[in-house]
Design a protein around this ligand. Structure first.
Ligand SMILES: Nc1ncnc2c1ncn2[C@@H]1O[C@H](COP(=O)(O)OP(=O)(O)O)[C@@H](O)[C@H]1O
Ligand SMILES: [Mg+2]
Length: 255
């Protein structure tokens, strides 16, 4: 479970988050939408305990992440998979070395065992294991994003997955594939997921519960039906360009 309770956060006197409260129960997914600069990535950094709020509390898996000791924080972070916008792969390492990186670095597992796990993981994220010896630069953007998701999964066996703008910069086919993978992960592994995006059209295919952040405040927290019915002016303004998209939403299945 992830829970924010009246969280305020500021940098250099500028208030970035204002009284933010929301709860994501175990196994559920939330999409956090909002214009660029509204505070979405800041929410992810708070969940990871990289920064702490000025006031309010943040509970991650029953632990007050900012009150926790370093050791406890590390334990929690081990259970959180994080996928960044650019994929953030090590560009001088092969696909196999990227996906198996944590196992190589932090376990005594034999190379053959790691390779077996890496090949299975590539299959899980919908990639052929023939790419295991390729370098990231030889892959398309969509494939790199899937490798990054595979690496996050093998690093942590996560209970929580955080995705920051996972479909930004991808073509429509790659976008569909990455969304399908995120949905599959939520369904098969029952992870608690938070997906941050400003790409509204993609958002509706990834979950059925949404949070809209507007200038650091929660402008909306609810399901698709409630979103369609909302008359809250900030929500109406934010969704205006997407009225037709919202009317025709369907969730994408893994293919
Ligand atoms: N380290 C920082 N120093 C100063 N301002 C920051 C810093 N990090 C974020 N901000 C500001 O906080 C606001 C929210 O940023 P962010 O959470 O990255 O937004 P989003 O992810 O929604 O685009 C923005 O106005 C940004 O300029
Ligand atoms: Mg951001």
């Amino acid at each position: 479970m992830i829970s924010f309770s009246n969280v305020n956060y500021s940098i250099g006197g500028k208030q970035i988050l204002k009284n933010v409260s929301f709860t994501v129960p175990n196994g559920e997914s939330r999409i956090i939408m909002g214009h660029s600069g509204s505070g979405k990535s800041t929410i992810l950094r708070l969940i990871l305990g990289l920064i702490c709020p000025d006031s309010g509390s943040i509970m991650v898996d029953n632990l007050d992440i900012c009150g926790a000791r370093e050791k406890e924080k590390r334990e929690i972070r081990k259970r959180i998979g994080m996928v960044f916008q650019d994929g953030a792969l090590f560009d001088s390492l092969t696909v196999g070395e990227n996906v198996g990186f944590y196992l190589f670095e932090h376990t005594k597992m034999k190379i053959d065992e790691i390779e077996k796990k890496v090949r299975e993981m590539l299959g899980f994220v919908g990639l052929s294991d023939e790419i295991i010896d390729r370098l990231p630069e030889e892959l398309s953007g969509g494939m790199q994003r899937r490798v990054a998701i595979g690496r996050a999964l093998l690093s942590t066996d996560p209970k929580i997955m955080l995705y920051d703008e996972p479909t930004t910069g991808l073509d429509p086919t790659a976008t569909t594939n990455v969304i399908a993978l995120i949905n599959r992960l939520a369904e098969v592994k029952h992870v608690t997921s938070i997906v941050v995006t400003h790409q509204i059209a993609d958002a509706f295919e990834m979950a059925d519960k949404f949070i809209i952040i507007d200038s650091g405040e929660v402008a909306f927290d609810g399901n698709l039906t409630e979103l369609r019915q909302s008359r809250e002016p900030r929500v109406v303004e934010f969704l205006e360009p997407f009225r037709e998209t919202i009317a025709n939403v369907r969730k994408i299945d893994f293919i």
